[in-house]
Design a protein around this ligand. Structure first.
Ligand SMILES: C[S@@+](CC[C@H](N)C(=O)[O-])C[C@H]1O[C@@H](n2cnc3c(N)ncnc32)[C@H](O)[C@@H]1O
Length: 288
């Protein structure tokens, strides 16, 4: 089988599941990542070895069961960094890259007379560690911390920090448990992409998301979508330095609710931003 036939075979196999453009993108990713065939070489008709064909069959079996291609190949690209993923962590999304870009715009520049705490940043619910690893890569001078309740997610996050050569301080913490907060220091900036999907909304999620991505990362637990936002805001009231910033990733349905919570709890300069698709996606607020 040539690379061109392999590409056509992948697209044909996936057409019942994906739009043609998406199926073609997956074909390009699989050929490049699994077999080292660059997109411009697909038409060159490089021949796949029997071992590569066997591997392609195994990959296609998983893809045909709607498993996301990132889990099948084992990584994704986030802020130009290779980030390992498995089913213990959410697959980092493009919108989260936009959130990181906003955090980087906001983080205090050096040099500045501010104290050390102002340069300490925390990511709550870090999953793969994509947010802290990307921030540290852009701003090595910041002291970057990240927490998650899931030991399995923290294994992946630590691997990503080490593989990318970034120093990140990881904490296994349940952010809903106020007693656990005392173990954490003060921060100049806190960011979170928390779980916010309610049980009642399970049916509107794409089936492959519900089937493959960790429910701990998706669901807020019960029917309060803002459960984590409220708790993390309370945490920020205690663990942000005066003038510090709090960021949330949200979605268009919860953005206004998140803004109200931040305003009610006394945050100022509350600002909502849309993502590249024009949807309310992220929010930032400052502690007075
Ligand atoms: C939506 S995912 C975000 C993952 C990653 N930050 C990203 O943007 O790709 C939410 C994360 O919160 C973690 N989480 C869920 N409940 C938690 C809790 N009570 N305390 C701390 N982390 C929690 C999950 O394990 C998951 O990794």
């Amino acid at each position: 089988m040539t690379s061109f036939h392999a590409f056509k075979h992948i697209v044909q196999t996936l057409l019942p599941l994906y739009q043609p453009g998406e199926a073609a993108s997956i074909g390009v990713i699989v050929l490049e990542d699994a077999f080292g065939i660059k997109p411009r070489k697909i038409g060159d008709k490089t021949t796949l070895t029997p071992a590569q064909q066997t591997r392609l069959d195994a990959i296609l079996q998983r893809l045909f069961k709607s498993e996301p291609v990132q889990y099948v190949i084992g990584y994704t690209i986030f802020f130009r960094l290779k980030i390992k993923v498995n089913q213990n962590v959410l697959i980092p999304r493009q919108e989260t890259e936009e959130l990181v870009a906003w955090v980087l715009e906001t983080a205090p520049p050096r040099p500045s007379p501010k104290g050390r705490e102002a340069y300490r940043i925390l990511d709550v619910g870090t999953g793969s560690g994509c947010i802290p690893v990307a921030i540290k890569n852009q701003r090595p001078d910041l002291e970057v911390h990240a927490l998650d309740i899931s030991p399995a997610a923290l294994v992946v996050a630590r691997e990503n920090a080490v593989a990318n050569g970034m120093e990140v301080h990881f904490h296994e913490v349940d952010i809903l448990d106020e007693k656990a907060w005392a173990a954490l220091p003060m921060f100049g900036l806190i960011v979170s992409n928390p779980p916010y999907i309610t049980e009642g909304e399970k049916d509107i999620l794409p089936k492959n998301v519900v089937k493959f991505e960790p429910h701990l990362a998706l669901f807020s637990g019960g029917n309060d979508a803002q459960r984590f936002v409220k708790k993390i805001t309370d945490f920020a009231l205690k663990h942000l330095c005066p003038g510090g910033w709090l960021f949330f990733e949200t979605n268009e349905f919860y953005a206004a609710g998140t803004r109200n919570i931040l305003q009610e709890k006394g945050f100022v300069e509350v600002e909502l931003r849309k993502d590249l698709n024009g949807k309310d996606r992220m929010i930032r607020a400052r502690l007075d």
